[in-house]
Design a protein around this ligand. Structure first.
Ligand code: GLP
Length: 240
């Protein structure tokens, strides 16, 4: 309902009304929004006012416009807290979501110089090269390339990497995962990421590189994860 007598500007009332419908689930992510004309006619207000409300909601990222198609409700992003060293499987389960993997590639290869030095092993030592599409509720979230030292993390199989790598390391191998250093970079999807993540050309990507160590300081994995920036956001609590 719009109250024309109210001191609250009409565009602001409309914004609140649309936000309320998104929160209540009357408008679902991905749905298209009624047109400016429809709102204007239904509420008996000017199209300019409707446009102002919609523009504000686009700026606040509740809505987004797609050229030639219209205005849509934006998907809610997954928020990943960065304060713990967790696995993808744990992150998804903590949110009550079903994780799964599509294995793109799994093989043993000799380590090239730079990977060998990051894993602190001699050049040409065997490493597992694992490429997985990581999904939540069957939606692709990230394309992850993992390089694991094969002399340290023994006995990996495709069944294991289709489930959880960290669980295998801790529960089956009884090794303790210690800490990781992680680097973030904003980029746009390359051809491979476009294809496997099912996203359009030039989509934004959050690229994350991680080197993880066992508790005794031995590095065991080098990981490059390409997360969909339209679906993911990262959160850090900072203390002073
Ligand atoms: C995250 C991390 C990776 C790690 C993976 C393990 O995605 N970025 O560095 O290898 O979790 O996940 P899982 O135990 O589910 O295989």
């Amino acid at each position: 309902m719009i109250d024309k007598q109210s001191p609250i500007p009409i565009y602001h009332q409309l914004e609140e009304q649309i936000k309320g419908k998104i929160e209540k689930g009357e408008y679902m992510p991905g749905d298209s929004l009624p047109s400016e004309r429809e709102y204007a006619e239904e509420l008996n207000i000017s199209r300019m006012t409707v446009r102002q409300a919609i523009t504000n909601l686009v700026n606040e990222r509740y809505l987004h416009r797609i050229k030639g198609k219209g205005t849509f409700i934006t998907e809610k992003k997954f928020e990943q807290n960065l304060s713990g060293l967790t696995s993808f499987t744990e992150d998804m389960k903590a949110r009550g979501m079903k994780p799964s993997n599509k294995l793109v590639n799994f093989e043993i290869v000799p380590a090239k110089k730079s990977l060998a030095s990051q894993l602190n092993i001699p050049e040409h030592s065997p490493i597992y090269e694992i490429k997985r599409i990581r999904l939540a509720e069957d939606i692709p979230m990230a394309l992850e390339r993992t390089y694991v030292s094969a002399n340290l993390i023994k006995g990996l199989t495709d069944d294991i990497v289709q489930s959880s790598l960290y669980q295998y390391i801790e529960d089956d191998l009884q090794l303790k995962i210690g800490k990781a250093s992680q680097l973030f970079e904003a980029t746009i999807a390359n051809d491979e990421e476009m294809e496997y993540l099912n996203i359009p050309e030039h989509s934004p990507i959050l690229l994350m590189r991680r080197i993880t160590q066992l508790e005794d300081g031995t590095p065991f994995e080098v990981v490059k994860s390409a997360y969909r920036a339209d679906r993911y956001q990262f959160m850090l609590d900072l203390e002073r």
